[in-house]
Design a protein around this ligand. Structure first.
Ligand code: HEM
Length: 295
């Protein structure tokens, strides 16, 4: 700043007296000195002093804790810093702070629940890893169906077969008065369901059977070499008349068995039976013998 004033004075032509300018001085040296010890004074030498002196520690008084990797870190004697000395965990009487906290379970699965079923209890004992896990909301049959296990009292695959049949059912809604019970009643009623002008069984060749196919006045069908007139049964068929007509006028054994082999067709169509399926040759030979008998 002072050179700046001088420059201003030179520019203005006025002299600046240096006596008015304060002089900067360096601070005085400190008037105290720190004591320097070459060697710490002994206790005996410090007797009588008013100021307490630091004692030179002896080698024996130095107690540095020794740590060995072989030693257990967890020292039961030493109180740990947690929980606090006046905490509730300490009051509970546990010397080990961690033992006062809830222990982490060995497994996250709940412990096995006691079962009233002795078989289940035995299974749980045999396989402790199962953890007593129970599937709720799924029946035993459902479990068996999804796991492939065979449970006591269940047939393998029975549940899945039933559920599949239910899912993919092609059953139709039958007209009123055409239930299976109605059909059974009609069969017992004595009404002629055969629809042929003779009471005896006839030998039916494939060619004759074919004349009673889809669109004919009478629909015939052969199942396991027995020929039925299924015209009356058509509106009673749970699978519908269209399905039934797939076997019309031909040997329907394979298609019938592929669809529902469990259906007792012999009993259901008892009153519809008109004859047996024979080969063309046999039918021809039969016909010839009849003509010969007439001669
Ligand atoms: C040969 C040709 C036939 C075909 C293609 C056929 C087809 C079918 C179909 C698709 C169903 C429904 C199955 C389902 O529930 O998904 C059915 C059910 C049924 N059909 Fe036939 N059918 C035929 C012949 C017959 C005959 C001749 C009878 C009588 C003896 C019959 C009696 C039944 C019965 C009782 C059911 C119900 C079965 C059940 O619910 O378990 N079907 N049929």
């Amino acid at each position: 700043m002072w050179p700046f004033l001088n420059i201003l004075a030179e520019k203005s032509g006025k002299a600046v007296h240096h006596s008015r300018i304060p002089t900067l001085r360096s601070p005085p040296p400190p008037s105290f000195s720190l004591p320097v010890f070459d060697e710490l004074p002994h206790t005996s030498e410090s007797e009588g002093d008013t100021t307490p002196k630091a004692l030179k520690p002896s080698a024996s008084s130095l107690s540095v804790p020794k740590i060995s990797l072989d030693d257990e870190i967890d020292d039961d004697d030493a109180p740990s810093s947690f929980p606090a000395m006046n905490s509730a965990q300490r009051a509970a009487g546990s010397s080990n702070s961690l033992s006062a906290l809830p222990r982490r379970p060995q497994s996250m699965l709940p412990p096995p629940r006691p079962s009233r079923n002795p078989n289940a209890a035995a299974r749980a004992r045999a396989n402790p890893n199962s953890g007593g896990l129970q599937v709720r909301g799924v029946g035993a049959a459902g479990v068996a169906a999804t796991s492939g296990l065979t449970l006591p009292g269940t047939r393998p695959g029975a549940a899945s077969a039933r559920s599949n049949a239910r899912k993919s059912s092609r059953r139709i809604i039958l007209e009123p008065g055409h239930s299976p019970l109605d059909w059974a009643r009609l069969q017992r009623s004595g009404v002629d369901l055969r629809g042929v002008p003779f009471s005896h069984m006839i030998k039916v060749p494939p060619s004759l059977l074919a004349q009673h196919g889809r669109g004919a006045d009478q629909v015939w069908m052969a199942i396991e070499n027995k020929v039925y007139n299924v015209s009356a049964y058509m509106p009673f068929h749970p699978g519908g008349d269209k399905e039934l007509l797939r076997g019309a006028g031909r040997d329907a054994t394979k298609i019938f068995m592929d669809t529902h082999p469990w259906v007792n067709y012999g009993q259901m169509l008892d009153q519809c039976l008109i004859g047996i399926l024979v080969s063309e040759e046999e039918a021809a030979a039969e016909s010839e013998s009849q003509w010969e008998e007439m001669d």
